[in-house]
Write a protein that binds this ligand. Structure first.
Ligand SMILES: [Zn+2]
Ligand SMILES: [Zn+2]
Length: 248
């Protein structure tokens, strides 16, 4: 969050943003946005709405609006009508416990296991469903056998590989190579991946340090520090001061 004030429970991004609550992807002049997603570019008083852009003001429960004012459920109201209706709606939502809350999980278009939540807070299918989350089950149409053998040598890879259906060497899920992707591999002399996007992502995640902190001593000045490198790892770990001295 950059350049945001009086905001709470916001994910991304700021840039002259004020008094926003329980919302995601808001910024560039967003003011008094509550329980919304993507209310951006000089908008104000936007409640429980999504994708309301550019100078939208006084909007409730709407989606996909540009330069609109006094809309409820995407219907245009006169200023006086809006101001009379909104307090009644808020009063009702306070009784049901929905006022100010982000969109309920039932509205998510994605399975829990398709999101980064699964990366950081992994759940089994049963656990996720018990919490009311959707779950993306295996779609057999995405697991067709591949008839194509990827050449071992990048120089032998033809341009037509972008038309081929490939199958992951780990999970057997199908994937394709894009035209720009192929160009990138050739520029950087990177072999064509044998794994699908998800398996490559999961391999990269395994290279990261765990999301927990271990108490350790700075290898230089012996100050007590917290680090994602556990005590059993062989790397030299410096405190911030010693690190900065070392690299400057
Ligand atoms: Zn895979
Ligand atoms: Zn130190």
């Amino acid at each position: 969050m950059m350049d945001a004030s009086d905001c709470y429970d916001i994910d991304i991004w700021g840039d002259n943003m004020q008094r926003c609550y329980d919302s995601a992807c808001c910024g560039a002049g967003s003011e008094n946005v509550i329980g919304s997603f993507y209310a951006v570019l000089g908008v104000s008083n936007v409640f429980h709405s999504a994708y309301c852009y550019k100078n939208c003001h006084n909007i409730f429960g709407s989606t996909g609006l540009i330069q609109k004012q006094y809309c409820i459920l995407n219907k245009q109201y006169a200023k006086e009508e809006y101001e009379a209706l909104l307090p009644k709606i808020i009063e009702h939502l306070k009784k049901t416990g929905e006022w100010g809350e982000f969109f309920p999980i039932q509205m998510s278009q994605f399975g829990y296991n398709e999101t980064v939540a699964q990366d950081y807070f992994p759940l089994t299918e049963e656990e996720a469903k018990a919490k009311g989350y959707k779950w993306k089950s295996k779609d057999l149409r995405e697991f067709k056998p591949s008839q194509y053998a990827i050449p071992d040598n990048l120089d032998d890879v033809p341009d037509t590989i972008i038309n081929e259906l490939l199958a992951c060497s780990d999970c057997a899920k199908n994937y394709k190579i894009g035209e720009k992707e192929l160009r990138f591999y050739r520029q950087k002399s990177i072999a064509i991946p044998r794994k699908c996007f998800n398996c490559r992502h999961s391999d990269r995640k395994k290279l990261r340090n765990p999301r927990r902190l271990y108490p350790r001593e700075c290898s230089q000045c012996k100050a007590e520090i917290l680090t994602t490198y556990s005590q059993s790892r062989p790397e030299k770990i410096y405190c911030e001061n010693c690190y900065l001295k070392e690299i400057n």
